[in-house]
Design a protein around this ligand. Structure first.
Ligand SMILES: Nc1ncnc2c1ncn2[C@@H]1O[C@H](COP(=O)(O)OP(=O)(O)OP(=O)(O)O)[C@@H](O)[C@H]1O
Ligand SMILES: [Mg+2]
Length: 239
């Protein structure tokens, strides 16, 4: 595998090779996948492995309450023993549900909380522990609140450009609704991202199977193939 010191290595076996040496530092990457494909778990595991190696990280949760994120991660990844310790030490900050609540209460007006405040809340969370890697989980929540509108596109663009300005490597998640891999349509806002990792519930003959592929990763010579993965107690494992 190409070793690129300027990359964020996921530390997940075979994933860094798949990505062409990890995620280029300060990239804005989207994990897009079907429901329950492990988007939240994968994003958390990348932070976990970076935090174990001394990189401060932020997990901005819009979908679920912080304690639920941590509860689910710990109940699935029972072999990742340091979750609580890293959170207590402030190496992983898990926050964001308060912003999500304010958005829910304010969807009528375009000048409401949603645009500027979410961006500045996300910035404050990142700055609270000087995070170098941030997860924003998920954009689906914003789509649900704002619809597939110009407002949603502006919201995503503002979040992405502010993470870029802050110099943070950011991993966003979103769901992609589909019934077969052939029917997936990636939408316009995906142009904003430097990298796109797709997680599927089905293989190419539509049998239930977890597979992932790198659709794009600017600056990386990544694989172009489907890789089977599993969600295990020791983390995501990739063929
Ligand atoms: N111990 C386990 N072993 C294997 N798979 C598990 C285990 N625990 C959870 N899972 C799988 O992980 C999935 C949940 O992962 P996660 O919450 O990361 O998915 P997601 O893609 O973020 O889902 P959503 O679309 O709801 O946000 C479950 O639907 C289940 O399939
Ligand atoms: Mg999720």
């Amino acid at each position: 595998m190409e070793h690129r010191p300027d990359n964020v290595e996921t530390g997940i076996a075979n994933m860094d090779s798949m990505l062409g040496g990890g995620i280029p530092t300060r990239s804005q990457v989207l994990i897009a996948g079907g429901p329950g494909t492990g988007k939240t778990l994968l994003a958390f595991e990348i932070l976990y492995r970076a935090a174990v190696n001394g990189t401060p990280c932020a997990f901005i949760t819009l979908d679920e309450r912080s304690e639920n994120v941590l509860k689910n991660v710990k109940s699935t990844f029972t072999a990742l023993k340091e979750v609580d310790k890293l959170v207590e030490k402030g190496m992983i900050v898990v926050q964001g549900e308060d912003s999500a609540l304010k958005i829910s209460a304010n969807t009528e007006s375009e000048t409401s909380y949603s645009l500027g405040n979410l961006v500045s809340d996300a910035e404050a969370i990142v700055k609270s522990n000087n995070a170098k890697i941030a997860v924003i989980d998920s954009l689906s929540f914003l789509k649900l609140m704002l619809g597939t509108s110009i407002l949603f596109n502006k919201m995503v663009a503002s979040l992405v450009s502010n993470m870029r300005r802050l110099g943070v490597t950011a991993i966003f998640t979103t769901d992609i609704p589909y019934y077969s891999r052939k029917k997936i349509k990636f939408s316009q806002e995906l142009l904003l991202f430097d990298g796109l990792l797709a997680l599927y519930n089905f293989d190419s003959s539509d049998k239930p199977k977890l597979e992932m592929e790198v659709i794009k990763m600017r600056g990386s010579n990544h694989y172009r193939k489907l890789s089977h993965y599993e969600i295990t107690q020791a983390g995501i494992t990739l063929e």
